[in-house]
Design a protein around this ligand. Sequence first.
Ligand code: ADP
Ligand code: MG
Length: 202
Amino acid sequence: MWVRTWVMRAAELITEHREYLIGLDRAIGDADHGENLDRGFRAVVTYLKTTEDTRAEDLLRGIGQTLISHVGGTSGPLYGSAFIRMADVATDELTPVSLATMLDRAVGAIQARGHAQAGEKTMVDVWLPVADAVNNAVDNEAELATMAELIERTSQAATQRTCDMIATKGRASYLGERTLGHIDPGAASTNLIFLALRECVN
Ligand code: ADP
Ligand code: MG
């Protein structure tokens, strides 16, 4: 089941990059992002190992609920609601169309909750371009293998671009121009989630 493969791999990457994410959040926030997410994704791994859920829809909802209850900080409810809203349109067999629809829902959920627009140096600056790229690829009738490569390329570039942005949302916004030159921690963790997705879409 692709949801399991995706999120188990994402959890691995988050744990591997725990200190990196802490460092990014130390520079422009309160240094808890790596710890928050690692705790949340370890709870998700426990959920995945113990649940009897097998359908994509149920798994994504369970993952979202687990993230909401175990990730502290602003990012927990944002990630949690993204997964819960993806559940509404998820299919057991991953297709380009369902993937595109899911990513749109995720962006919608994150923006509904956090009210961030593009360019405000948040996780939206990665979710949004990846969702757009995947939707454009669907319009051009791309296959899943093409999507995988596109997700990685778009996500990596978008994450790097947050370096040149000034934060105007969330805790980092208090630092204003001093956020220039730093990658946004939530963008970096979103990138890890997309790198994991890329591996299982492939
Ligand atoms: P906190 O800021 O409460 O310590 P985290 O450190 O867990 O929360 O997460 C910080 C990340 O959350 C930021 O790097 C940013 O990507 C994301 N974020 C903060 N505010 C918003 C928002 N309004 N919309 C989208 N993402 C946001
Ligand atoms: Mg923080």
